[in-house]
Write a protein that binds this ligand. Structure first.
Ligand code: IDP
Ligand code: MG
Length: 136
């Protein structure tokens, strides 16, 4: 039975700024999530607002969009078994203070907003988010 999925991962500005790209990629590779595509880009605030539009009603939306567009990020397509959920497990809880030991956010996250990585939360959103970054 094949349950190979693709998901979108982002290394956020706080982690790119601290030169953590290779360390975070190594965690994916070690856990059998293949990096099928990757791209370093610097989004405009408008692009960040489009990417995070599911959060537009949240009080932190404007700060979130400013933050995601504050510096370069690395967007990746990860592929592997149960990739969507598995990547979420590797990432850990949104708030690094609440993230489980050895998760990416526990290891590297600074705060609930500067939490080092993004990962799609469903197969449907993964498709949309992959298209956002990788559909020409
Ligand atoms: P997730 O990244 O774990 O999926 P979401 O609830 O989808 O978390 O929120 C998207 C991003 O918005 C989070 O990664 C975090 O950077 C930011 N965020 C979430 N909740 C808060 C908050 O209460 N205050 C500030 N930023 C937040
Ligand atoms: Mg989310």
């Amino acid at each position: 039975m094949s349950n190979i999925e693709q998901t979108l991962s982002i290394i956020k500005p706080d982690a790119v700024e601290r030169n953590l790209i290779d360390e975070i990629k190594a965690i994916f590779i070690k856990n059998n999530l293949n990096i099928k595509e990757d791209k370093k880009i610097h989004l405009t605030k408008e692009e960040a607002a489009e990417f995070y539009k599911v959060h537009q009603s949240k009080p932190f939306y404007d700060d979130l969009c400013s933050y995601l567009s504050s510096g370069p990020i690395v967007a990746m397509i990860l592929e592997g078994k149960n990739a969507v959920l598995f990547n979420r497990q590797l990432m850990g809880a949104t708030d690094p203070k609440k993230a489980e030991d050895k998760t990416i956010r526990k290891l590297y996250g600074i705060s609930i907003d500067k939490n080092s990585v993004h990962g799609s939360d469903s197969i449907e959103n993964a498709k949309k988010e992959i298209d956002f970054f990788f559909k020409n």
